[in-house]
Design a protein around this ligand. Structure first.
Ligand code: KG4
Ligand code: ZN
Length: 370
């Protein structure tokens, strides 16, 4: 119904603790803004859902104004409004979805409810017209999934984490080591030019299509005392409720505390341990993604989500694809972490196929991809 040619789409992404707004026109990015709440949540040692939604309310109007200015458009010129409708924190999702619905109703334009994971998995194609069938690895703080993408909206989940997400493992282990949040970039920084074979860490569930990373975190916890290091006492999340299972559970524990290893300044030990942890995570992600690509007989592998910012993962997955004669695609780092441009792009692809959502469509914290 809305299959017109030049379209300008405004999208909001408020599934967790980042408020993001973006405008795209005809697949080209006009403006994209992200306001992070990390500093605010650090004060409380994690995400307080009510605090996150209050912050979205503060940031969203400001970002809307900014983005419209940057894109040099009036909101009345927007052809459709989109928002992430799940998975995520209910009280956060509600803010972005309500704003987008209100704008759609006010301006008499279509509304599109977008799955956050669909935003991620389409992001390697940002700006392109064709979505080739592929095996997609979505790796972030809340999700670790391999997906067989047959086309837009046609997905089959191949494997998912049974406990921690890959990004969550980076974050929790960084915390054990006394490093800051988010843990992924911290571990990557320390791992550079170090020995990834120095410590023999587990690669869990080798024969399954699913993933598991909590054993790696436990292994590091038990290794530290053997190295004469006491795990960071602030890292008390052993046995905490499962926060990934692709539901972006209510709290990502993210306080950055001084830990024994980092403060002991044993730089060599720390960097070799970071390199070994990073390699343990990468080995599992690469092997399972390549196996899935072969099994589903695709010639393209894509990777998205915050963890795909990791240069070593990009390099090793790219090399593994090359060895298997598979094409490999990933998004630029700014599109890998949570943003609204990927939501706008997914909305555009859906709109072009004639799809739109009802403004009565509810948000769903556990929204499934397929
Ligand atoms: O996609 P994202 O921004 O948010 C979620 O949807 O969860 O991903 C955030 C996650 C965090 O766990 C963070 O530690 C991880 O992505 N991350 C990285 C890197 N940059 C961000 N992990 C490994 N290496 C990185 N360079
Ligand atoms: Zn995400």
């Amino acid at each position: 119904m809305y299959g017109f040619t030049v379209m300008t789409i405004l999208a909001l992404e408020t599934s967790c603790d980042e408020t993001a707004v973006a405008v795209i026109r005809d697949r080209k990015l006009l403006a994209s803004e992200v306001a992070s709440q990390i500093a605010e949540h650090e004060k409380f040692g994690g995400i307080v859902p009510e605090g996150a939604s209050r912050n979205h309310l503060v940031h969203a109007p400001r970002l809307l104004e900014h983005v419209a200015g940057e894109a040099k458009i009036d909101i009345s010129q927007i052809d459709a409004f989109a928002a992430t409708s799940g998975p995520g924190l209910a009280s956060s999702l509600m803010i972005g979805a309500s704003i987008a619905k209100g704008l759609a109703i006010g301006f008499g334009k279509p509304y599109l409810a977008i799955n956050h994971l669909e935003g991620h998995l389409l992001s390697p194609f940002f700006g392109e017209t064709e979505i080739r069938p592929n095996v997609s690895l979505v790796v972030s703080g809340g999700h670790t999934m391999s997906i067989f993408v047959r086309g837009i909206g046609d997905y089959k989940v191949i494997g998912r984490t049974v406990d921690d997400a890959a990004g969550e493992a980076f974050d929790k282990i960084a915390k054990l080591l006394g490093l800051g949040y988010p843990g992924g970039p911290e571990i990557e920084k320390h791992a550079a030019k170090s020995d990834p074979k120095r410590f023999d860490l587990p690669r869990s569930m080798p024969d399954s299509e699913n993933f598991s990373f909590s054993g790696l975190k436990t292994a590091v916890r038990y290794l530290l005392p053997k190295l004469g290091v006491i795990p960071n006492p602030a890292s008390r999340d052993e046995g905490s409720p499962n926060r990934s299972l692709d539901s972006r559970g209510p709290q990502r524990d993210q306080s950055a505390c001084e830990g024994s290893l980092a403060s002991a300044r044993d730089d060599r030990l720390l960097s070799n341990l970071c390199a070994s942890v990073q390699q343990a995570i990468i080995d599992v992600l690469v092997r399972k993604t390549i196996d899935a690509a072969k099994k589903h007989d695709v010639d393209l592998v894509t990777v998205s989500g915050g963890v795909s910012c990791n240069r070593e993962l990009r390099k090793q997955l790219g090399e593994a694809c090359k060895r298997q004669r598979l094409d490999f695609k990933t998004a630029e780092p700014w599109l890998c972490t949570d943003n609204a441009a990927m939501i706008a792009f997914a909305a555009m692809l859906k709109l072009e196929k004639g799809a739109s959502s009802s403004v009565t469509e509810e948000i769903d914290p556990n929204l499934a991809l397929a």
